[in-house]
Write a protein that binds this ligand. Structure first.
Ligand code: AMP
Length: 484
């Protein structure tokens, strides 16, 4: 199937510019399917879950149809909760950033109605609201829906569950017969189909089918944390597992640049890859990755598509992917050719719902885990130093060094002093890390699961040196080391 790009969707320049600012590289599957139908004016019934990009799927065509010179309400989005109404309103405001004549407001219970009355009076084209508050405004005659051209029922299944069926009917009765009606729902149960039958005209169905995952050799972990702790968590996991090659995925180009810069400034040999790069730039970056000059790549889903590297040992989902299928593709980058691999997914705020959907739709089990603490990392460094010491004692000719050590010990130092100082010196070059501010407390069932996990291979640690970028040492799944 040909991949659809944003330019293929023929959106207005203003909308394209906003999409570029947001760093969206390519439409999500639901956007690629729904946007052309909605632009053509069809009623659409879409099955889409939170995090799939559904807001922009209906929001972009909706904004494209607004007349900036007409200050009457032209579009109405109904949402089950105030949180969703606010979220949708913020997303539409970002997408409509270069449409200064388009006013967008959320109306929901809990906010003083006076503020909404003032805003509505000034004239707005797009109203996003909960059914109860929309009805309130209709009773007060502060909301006139007679000029509405597009109505969206977002999370329609939730609205029905919350008992808004009659309110939805009453609201739609105040809108013109000749309107575009869009319905998004996570499920397509009978009550939703009834709603569609009652209020839509020959709707087009849009559903994204999800692939099944069969890559048993990938250990998949997730970590709940605050957004601001993600970089720290990434560094700790890189230090903890010390993978030979890692791929870090982010949802937008902007984030790719940000993560790359922040890793570089902490001394990691990381390079970013995104769809804006020319072929020759990409090849240069890839050559560095292959030869081991860089060992961490940060990429968007689009940029990673052309990557053909077998020995990636760890995939990090810095952002939870937009679509379960992306998750499958991302983690499938590791454990190629029968090798084993690990994937680490960072989850913050409402990304936890996306993760739940991924587990359900992609049929995968992702285990909760903890970011290594300072103590974990320290223990690991000591173990690694001891491994090196043992190797040196067993394999090297240390006669000369023994004589020198003996001379140093004399009256001034004991052998214990000397050993402690050498351990200290292997450790001190490493930058001190900030502790992540939130370490999730596992639920009982999660604890049980953690206890069943095989023990970590602690000997595999070597901390990065900020000045040299030398991340050598024994790696977590194989003795090969190209850089130390
Ligand atoms: P939604 O499913 O509408 O709640 O969207 C979830 C998140 O995905 C929001 O933060 C959007 O800004 C983001 N998003 C929507 N479309 C894209 C896209 N094409 N590429 C990357 N991120 C997107």
């Amino acid at each position: 199937m040909k991949t659809i790009s944003f330019p293929d969707l023929e959106l207005s320049k203003e909308l394209e510019k906003a999409i570029t600012d947001l760093g969206f590289e390519e439409p999500t599957p639901i956007q690629a399917l729904a946007i052309p139908m909605l632009i053509e004016g069809h009623d659409v019934i879409g099955q889409a879950h939170t995090g799939s990009g559904k807001t922009a799927a209906y929001g972009l065509p909706l904004l494209g149809k607004m007349d900036q010179n007409d200050r009457r309400v032209q579009a109405l989005v109904m949402c089950p909760t105030r949180e969703l109404a606010i979220q949708v309103s913020e997303e539409l405001a970002k997408l409509g950033k270069y449409l200064p004549g388009i006013m967008i407001i959320p109306v929901y219970g809990g906010q003083p109605i006076e503020r909404q009355l003032v805003a509505l009076k000034k004239g707005v084209q797009v109203v996003i609201g909960t059914p109860g508050r929309i009805i309130d405004h209709l009773h007060r005659r502060s909301l006139d829906l007679s000029n509405v051209r597009v109505v969206v029922l977002d999370e329609a299944d939730e609205m029905l569950d919350m008992g808004f069926r009659d309110d939805i009917g009453d609201i739609l009765a105040k809108t013109p017969e000749k309107r575009q009606t869009v319905l998004f729902s996570a499920t397509m149960a009978a009550p939703i189909m009834e709603l569609a039958k009652k209020y839509q005209k020959t709707p087009k169905h849009v559903k994204v089918v999800h692939a099944q995952l069969t890559v048993p050799t990938i250990e998949q972990y997730y970590y709940e944390m605050r957004e601001s702790d993600k970089i720290e968590a990434l560094c700790r996991l890189l230090d903890r597992y010390n993978p030979k090659l890692s791929l870090v995925f982010s949802n937008t180009k902007r984030r790719v640049d940000e993560i790359t810069n922040r890793l570089n400034s902490r001394g990691y040999a990381a390079e970013g890859l995104h769809g804006d790069m020319s072929q020759s730039q990409r090849e240069r970056v890839m050559a560095k990755f292959r030869s081991g000059v860089t060992d961490i790549h940060i990429a968007t889903d689009v940029a990673a598509r052309g990557l053909d590297i077998d020995d990636i040992e760890a995939v990090f989902n810095f952002d939870v992917p937009q679509d379960p299928e992306y998750y499958v593709h991302r983690i499938g980058r590791t454990a190629r050719a029968g090798r084993s691999g690990r994937s680490f997914t960072f989850v913050s705020g409402k990304e936890v719902w996306k993760l739940r959907d991924i587990q359900r739709y992609a049929n995968v089990r992702i285990t909760p885990d903890f970011i290594p603490s300072d103590q974990d990392l320290e223990e690991q460094r000591t173990l690694q130093a001891l491994t090196k010491i043992r190797e040196a004692i067993e394999k090297e000719n240390l006669d000369n060094y023994r004589l020198r050590a003996q001379a140093m010990m004399g009256e001034e130092f004991t052998s214990l002093d000397l050993a402690a100082a050498l351990l200290f010196m292997t450790d001190k070059a490493r930058p001190k890390m900030e502790p992540p501010s939130q370490t999730p407390i596992p639920r009982d069932d999660e604890r049980r699961e953690r206890n069943n996990r095989p023990p970590r291979r602690r000997e595999a640690y070597k901390s990065p040196h900020p000045a040299s970028n030398n991340r050598g040492g024994q790696r977590f799944s194989g003795p090969r080391d190209r850089r130390s």
